[in-house]
Design a protein around this ligand. Sequence first.
Ligand SMILES: Cc1cc2nc3c(=O)[nH]c(=O)nc-3n(C[C@H](O)[C@H](O)[C@H](O)COP(=O)(O)OP(=O)(O)OC[C@H]3O[C@@H](n4cnc5c(N)ncnc54)[C@H](O)[C@@H]3O)c2cc1C
Length: 405
Amino acid sequence: MGSGAYGPSGVQGQSPWPYLNRRHAMLGGLNLLALAGCATAGQGYDAVPPLAPVRARADRIFDVTVCLRPFRAAGPRLDTEQIGDTLVVHNYGHGGSGWTLSWGSGTVAVRKAMAGSPRKVAVVGCGALGLTSAILAQRAGAQVTIYAREFLSQTRSVRATGTWSPDSRIALTSAMAPGFAALWEEMTRTSFKAYRSYLGLPGSPVEWNDRYILSDVSMEEAARNSPKDPLGFAHFDDRIRDISPDYEVVPQGASPFPTRYVRRSSSMMFNIADYGHTLVSDFFAAGGRFERREFFAPGELAGLPEKVVINCPGYGGRALWKDESIVPVRGQIAWLIPQPEVNYGLYYHDVSVLARRDGIVVQSLAGGEMQGYGDDHEVPDRREAEGAVAIVAELYARRWGFGRV
Ligand SMILES: Cc1cc2nc3c(=O)[nH]c(=O)nc-3n(C[C@H](O)[C@H](O)[C@H](O)COP(=O)(O)OP(=O)(O)OC[C@H]3O[C@@H](n4cnc5c(N)ncnc54)[C@H](O)[C@@H]3O)c2cc1C
């Protein structure tokens, strides 16, 4: 068995890659094509800090969860409609970007909801979008009640990876509305700033960490073999370069990883257990009310005492609003027992690993952005989970001599 950590490489320097795209996306649909186009040799890089290995073993999987991304080809629904004397502001359909965009999307929705300065506002839904909309409406001066079938801990939102991924399955280039790219940028920048106030808090609800992309073949070859994107998912990373750290090349042997090619960047991460708890506490501390309630038809919203409703049902909007523009995109996570000493993420052989405080997320991303598209099957697949963990185990066994599954 090798040592538990790997020391600094001793090589210092910076390696900005000015033409790198998809910086954020290694855990939510890595675009190797973009990476391949940007690699440069011979530049410096920051020293690799000590890295503890992930104890990747099937017997350390403590949960396997499945979630459905509520994808809409046109992008999230943010329009309003009148049902009787009730104004409904929609805020659903955020694909693989719901946590990331929540503050920005909520800001857009709350602006519309508060236009008539209502004293009371209802929010339908208690996932990422519902909670942030509710908190923003409170900050705008409203008394807020959340009505939802499930409280946060039972929602699909808690089963997410928990990484900054603003344009992961957010729209199709061919179907989005003309102004959507600018709206997306506004939402992304608003969220990015909002998350700053959750950094550095006890419990680390939100933090930054390093991400490593590992490959045995060159990025060019990996790009040639990467899955196709026949639908043309929209990506806007060029619009937010100024807030996205670059990837740098880490020379072979300068990191503990055994692969020939290593790239590194940094990204924001949401420790959803603690972050969710923080949001819920903030909501109640500001006088918020929660009422467990299931709605079966839009007309029922007009029966609520609040005459302004922000509608955040996520994938539930497909049934509630009969909105078939919402497509399920299934994703599964194998949860390994948390290791406080592991504080990075990696991507290797179509498997992503993200060491959160509340569990180490191991996820197969085979098939790229088309993985799980149109699949509403929410039963966990243990064999898939063990397969993903086995790939990670093989990686660590090559360097550290353990990791057997
Ligand atoms: C595997 C996976 C990984 C992901 N990783 C990330 C990530 O790293 N970063 C990121 O930004 N995004 C990620 N996402 C996407 C993100 O999880 C979603 O976009 C987000 O959770 C959607 O939140 P929501 O609040 O709209 O919906 P939900 O979390 O589904 O919440 C909906 C709420 O509405 C309520 N509701 C629904 N229907 C009704 C009804 N009829 N009556 C009453 N209440 C109702 C529910 O009870 C619930 O409270 C991931 C998704 C998946 C599947």
